[in-house]
Design a protein around this ligand. Structure first.
Ligand code: ADP
Length: 600
């Protein structure tokens, strides 16, 4: 027997419809790419998105066509986003931080028909256009005054002005594809995650929970995390769904720009990766600035360092929620909001939980398994591969139907190594490919680098495995010092001494000018491993050397004396990144047709 309730497909056009109808006057403020602040409302965004839908239809866009955006977080990007999805086309957000070859590969793999680009990225597209064999139109997200003089492209504002806001949205199955986002390729070839309207809608509902993002109509929300990183962690949906004022930062994500926006617009809630918050905190320290309205920040994408949580809490009265997720989970997987038991603990005890990646919300199920797929206990000790399942978790990668990515139990292997404690909090100790396997035992690179990052002279730290003849791999600590600081290796080793097991002690400390970051703002460990694969370890002062391990410190269940002999230790999995560098050979197929209609 079926229920007798209304059939109301969960399509994302309903989110912006709701914002127009019930929060129509709420502001969306953008720092535009051209420079000035632009103030608009959900009502105007809705109308312009409909005009854009009509423009796309006039260009011959059909349901299911992939329409790409290469853009910062702005009101225009939001209009393109809803205008594309509303007519059943697929909004493919491109990450401009990727290498141009990777971008071209992704555009061609997705068969993007139209690209919406900010002025910022026009030069990249112009330079590499010969490699794109599917793109028919390029739309520059600006007005006529800022259009390039002699390049065949359409002008966003002109296109809108030519079309009415009378357009029917939706009316299709809620499982229709809505968005496409490729993983950055830090763990292999870029893979397309194809979100559906239903998965985005459910993710929005899931993240609106009080223990998740908890965005409300009283909030002023600043998504610093870009829309090209898994839908700005869903904020581009949840802010209009809640009726929150939205502040779009555009291209300037440095500490001073973010601070100015927070203070002038009264931001209460923001979300970003640790790198962005590091820049903001540094700016505040240098200028003596305050955060007068901000109360909550969500930090994710990589592990949040302890000193960052403390600084927000103690110096600025801001609560940090640590979140874990991935493109494949839409992306919110867990959040470190306290439950009743944790909330009853004192501040220092609570901090231990805030530093973990947290608990799954409804619609996310997690499993921790060992190499034999045996489920591991939630004791905070057993560490294994984290698997995930739910209605907004990937089932299959785009155009890779032959590749089976779900195990027999229907779970997706995240590639992360974690523990789960008795409160249900997960802690990510590493990515499976970044984990350091020393003498058959796992060393958490994340834990060491976060502890080292709390050293007062450290701006950023990274820990990677370097090959070792006896133990297979040993940790190497890279330190980027704060400007004008000087330090020697022993300072850092002494700082770590007592905080980690002796056998976790890095074999060496190397000071670098810059720790390389990948396209999603995470430390590019693959590159570092490659750079330091032949690193010759310099002898370190007696007493701090990991070569004098203390058997007592080995974990109780360590196999044999510590570190155990390397026999049986599996070799580190080689990276599978085989990015296809596209050649000019595709030139003949180049289809850019915008030349004619471009400058009407
Ligand atoms: P990519 O895989 O292309 O780098 P994602 O943004 O999808 O892009 O990365 C997801 C991965 O980022 C997770 O599998 C995990 O390894 C890491 N990650 C995300 N959030 C956290 C966090 N809070 N702590 C530690 N690692 C995290």
């Amino acid at each position: 027997m079926l229920g007798l309730m209304q059939d109301w497909p969960l399509t994302v056009d309903r989110i912006i419809d709701h914002a127009r109808s019930w929060h129509g006057g709420i502001e969306v403020v953008s720092r535009s790419v051209e420079g000035p602040m632009v103030r608009t409302t959900y009502r105007e965004i809705h109308g312009r998105a409909k005009q854009l839908s009509n423009a796309l239809l006039s260009l011959g866009v059909l349901p299911g066509d992939r329409i790409a955006t290469l853009a910062w977080n702005t009101g225009r990007h939001l209009e393109a986003w809803y205008g594309i999805m509303g007519i059943g086309a697929v909004c493919h957000t491109l990450n401009p931080r990727l290498h141009a070859d990777q971008l071209c590969y992704i555009i061609n793999h997705a068969r993007d028909k139209v690209i919406f680009t900010d002025l910022t990225f026009l030069p990249i597209l112009i330079e590499h256009r010969a490699k794109l064999d599917c793109v028919e139109h390029l739309v520059v997200m600006t007005d006529e005054a800022h259009m390039p003089a002699d390049f065949p492209a359409l002008c966003f504002e002109t296109l809108l002005a030519q079309h009415s806001a009378d357009c029917a949205w939706g009316g299709f199955d809620e499982n229709t594809a809505a968005g496409l986002c490729y993983t950055s390729g830090t763990t292999g070839d870029p893979k397309g995650v194809l979100y559906s309207h239903r998965s985005n809608f459910l993710h929005t509902l899931g993240t609106m929970g009080a223990d998740v993002l908890g965005i409300s109509a009283r909030d002023v929300v600043l998504p610093v995390v870009p829309m090209f990183l898994a839908n700005a962690w869903g904020v581009a949906f949840s802010a209009p769904a809640a009726g929150a004022k939205l502040v779009m930062p555009g291209q300037h994500l440095d500490g001073a720009s973010v601070h100015e926006l927070i203070e002038t617009e009264g931001v209460t809630f923001s979300a970003a990766v640790p790198t962005v918050w590091r820049m903001l905190l540094q700016h505040l320290r240098e200028t003596g600035g305050q955060l007068s309205t901000l109360t909550r920040v969500v930090i994710g994408g990589s592990a949040v360092p302890e000193d960052m949580v403390r600084a927000f809490r103690d110096d600025y009265g801001v609560t940090v929620t640590h979140a874990w997720g991935m493109t494949e989970t839409s992306p919110m997987g867990t959040q470190s909001s306290p439950n009743r038991a944790v909330a009853a603990m004192d501040a220092e005890e609570q901090l231990r939980y805030r530093l973990k990646q947290g608990r799954p919300p409804l619609m996310i199920d997690l499993k921790l398994v060992d190499d034999q797929e045996q489920v591991l206990p939630h004791d905070g000790q057993a560490s294994g591969r984290l698997k995930v399942s739910g209605p907004f978790v990937v089932r299959e990668y785009f155009r890779e139907a032959e590749r089976d990515i779900l195990a027999a139990d229907g779970f997706f292997d995240t590639g992360d190594v974690a523990t789960i404690d008795d409160q249900g909090y997960i802690q990510i100790t590493d990515r499976a490919k970044d984990v350091i396997k020393s003498g058959g035992e796992w060393i958490s690179s994340i834990e060491i680098e976060n502890l080292a990052a709390a050293h007062p002279k450290a701006a950023m730290t990274a820990v990677v495995a370097i090959p070792h003849p006896k133990w297979d791999e040993r940790p190497l600590l890279l330190v980027q010092l704060k400007p004008d600081e000087r330090a020697d290796r022993s300072e850092f080793l002494q700082f770590l001494d007592g905080k980690i097991a002796r056998w976790w002690m890095p074999d060496d400390v190397v000071f670098v000018d810059h720790i390389p970051l990948g396209a999603t703002g995470k430390i590019d460990k693959k590159l570092i491993r490659e750079q330091f694969k032949n690193h010759v370890v310099q002898p370190i002062a007696a007493g701090l050397s990991p070569e004098e391990p203390n058997a007592e410190e080995a974990p109780a269940d360590a196999p044999g004396p510590f570190p155990p002999e390397a026999a049986g230790a599996s070799p580190a999995r080689a990276s599978t990144l085989t990015m296809v560098a596209l050649s000019g050979a595709l030139m003949g197929a180049y289809l850019w047709r915008s030349f004619g209609p471009a400058r009407r």
